[in-house]
Ligand binder design. Structure first.
Ligand SMILES: Nc1ncnc2c1ncn2[C@@H]1O[C@H](COP(=O)(O)OS(=O)(=O)O)[C@@H](OP(=O)(O)O)[C@H]1O
Ligand SMILES: [Mg+2]
Ligand SMILES: [Mg+2]
Ligand SMILES: [Mg+2]
Length: 373
């Protein structure tokens, strides 16, 4: 079940030159280059990962050297290319600046510099602070991580960075994503999601793993290989797939599995949900795998972070789908670092989304009635 449209070679070239006229053409090239380098970094960290090198953060999620180093790399590249842009990044370097963080810090600096100084690839430009000889100092890289401290808000240009989304999936060797978006005046203009462990085409496993999803406002969604090769446009089929299954979080603490069960029953869905970590879910949805992504709050008062949804939202919308909360309202990326009060997330193709939203509201009303009884 795949819906990746194949383009003949000539149209691939036309497509590429057409994309140069995008309003954010340079931003797109820089973002793809940054995500690609971060993906190589995280893959190599996983391959060398020694379990006792992981820290535990206040929110109990494991933070690895990969998170810090990948944010340092992406932030450094963005700062070179767009020095006045703000960054809303998940990580900060406070722990690394402490005496006890020295061992971890050295490892992170080495990894970040290795990623920054790698040979130039397709579309790369030395002016973005990358390529041989472009080492940074420890201070520069810690500052790069800390530049992700912007509070977000309604106006201005800001990037969101989630250096490793789906940290738990990453540690399990399953799905995770390197996620970057550009938000201008609270509207997502660009989204890039790198998925090093995702099959290029689920129907052709021999093609291997490693995909970058890219979407630009008004210019569609595409997937390409990690190298940047084979850009292929994505479109969510408008008809309901015969095998309707939900995409949902692996971690039951992140979204309510039981609520999704109830919604499935209301919609007569018989297939079990596909559980997958990270914004790879949005990517899969955009290429026609799975019918809808449903993420309802677990009732603990958690606020969703903008870096966990901005790239995925534009990807699904540009592939022809719809993303709203359970009230049917668009996600608001202008409220700060979070999406504000948690009304969940529903993403799906045009017709599917409306049906899921209706069932979600029915299940929500039932839940409230039960709570009152
Ligand atoms: N309580 C709660 N509720 C909702 N969401 C939460 C919660 N706690 C964490 N997070 C965020 O979930 C991000 C992981 O994405 P997923 O939930 O899609 O992946 S997973 O399947 O659960 O691993 C994860 O992103 P990363 O920290 O980048 O991995 C978190 O930002
Ligand atoms: Mg996290
Ligand atoms: Mg995340
Ligand atoms: Mg993360």
């Amino acid at each position: 079940m795949h819906h990746v449209v194949r383009r003949p070679f000539l149209r691939q070239i036309l497509h590429r030159s057409y994309s140069m006229s995008l309003p954010y053409a340079t931003e797109k090239q820089v973002a793809v280059a940054a995500v690609r380098r971060a993906c190589h970094l995280t893959s190599s960290v996983f391959n060398k990962l020694v379990k006792n090198e992981t820290l535990t953060k206040g929110d109990k999620s494991p933070v690895t050297v990969g998170d810090y180093a990948a944010q340092a790399v992406i932030s450094t590249i963005l700062h070179h290319a767009f020095p006045s842009d703000f960054i809303v990044g998940e990580e900060d370097a406070a722990e690394l600046r402490e005496e006890s963080g020295a061992g971890l810090r050295d490892r992170i600096i080495a990894l970040a510099n290795e990623a920054l100084t790698g040979e130039l690839g397709l579309g790369d430009n030395v002016e973005w602070g990358i390529g041989p000889g472009q080492e940074k100092t420890t201070e520069q890289l810690l500052d790069a991580i800390d530049r992700g401290n912007h509070p977000g808000g309604r106006t201005g240009r800001m990037w969101t960075i989630d250096p490793i989304d789906g940290t738990k999936g990453f540690l399990r060797g399953e799905q995770y994503a390197v996620c970057l978006s550009l938000i201008v005046d609270a509207q997502v203009q660009l989204g890039v999601i790198g998925c090093p462990n995702l099959l290029v085409d689920p129907a052709e496993p021999d093609l291997g793993r490693g995909v970058i999803f890219v979407a630009a406002k008004g210019h569609g969604a595409e997937q390409m290989r990690l190298s940047g090769a084979n850009p292929t446009p994505l479109k969510i089929p408008s008809i309901l797939p015969s095998e309707f299954s939900f995409l949902e979080s692996v971690e039951a603490a992140h979204s309510s599995h039981s609520f999704n069960d109830r919604v499935s029953t209301l919609l007569n869905i018989t297939h079990s949900p596909v559980r997958m970590d990270s914004q790879a879910k949005y990517g899969c949805l955009a290429r026609g795998q799975g019918a809808a992504y449903l993420r309802m709050p677990t009732g603990v008062g958690y606020r969703e972070k903008i870096w966990d949804h901005a790239p995925g939202t534009i990807l699904v919308e540009e592939a022809g789908g719809v993303v709203t909360d359970s009230r049917g309202l668009p996600l608001d990326f202008g409220l700060g670092r979070t999406l504000g009060e948690n009304f969940g997330v529903i993403a799906g193709g045009l017709g599917v989304h409306a049906r899921v939203l209706e069932a979600v509201q029915t299940a929500g009303t039932e839940q409230e009635a039960k709570a009152k009884a």
